[in-house]
Design a protein around this ligand. Sequence first.
Ligand code: HEM
Length: 222
Amino acid sequence: MPPETKFVLARIPCVFSLQTIQNYGQRKEGNLVLLAGTDNTSSLINSALILIAAYPDWLKALREELDSWDGSDLRALAQMPKLKASVLETQRIRPGIFALGKHAGEDFEFEGYRVPAGTDVLHVNTLGHFLEEVYEEPFRFKPERFLEQDKFAPKTFGLFGGGLHVCLGRNHSLMQTPVAVAQAIRNYNVVFDEPPETRVRVGYAGSRVHQQLWVQLVPRRR
Ligand code: HEM
């Protein structure tokens, strides 16, 4: 990547991901997989960059952790609790898909409600992410919560759906996201032209970044 470049934010995840894949000598196959399912993952990475940049104390702490990383050993990233917490909290608060449209293939009963075959059902797969009794101040970005507990509370994680149609790209995205976030935060100052929206947008269209955000990646001097 040239030393100082201006991007529309949505393009950043692909650049970092392709760089990493290139390092691992798998670029051609990587291109295909990335293009197939890139929108949700891009949205997650974009949200992480926006939210981390909006919390300077957390950004500083995360950078201190990432400064010990050599920039290429992907396995080492699994040992970085603040990076993990940043990604988990972004998954919780800015899921790409809040609700899934389903169609009952056969009659069933749920919590006393009888649902006949053929009924359209809106499954709010991420409702558990926003339950106050589980996540204190659920609409606030608080990655620290995942330092004490490094996973979602039982039965609250709905990001990738579930059951027979659970997301096929789940593991791909769980690998790609921390790599892209780590590369961006460790090596660059992410400077937005205008302050991006940090509030949670709950809606059927998910929490994608709807603005066309211009951003500059300024190499960090360490
Ligand atoms: C953060 C990133 C992603 C999120 C939030 C996400 C979310 C989801 C959700 C909610 C579903 C529906 C599950 C259900 O109906 O219960 C789904 C299905 C699917 N996803 Fe993803 N996805 C992501 C990344 C990817 C990637 C990177 C790929 C491909 C490389 C991918 C491929 C698929 C496929 C093929 C299905 C359909 C599975 C089926 O119907 O059997 N996804 N995803």
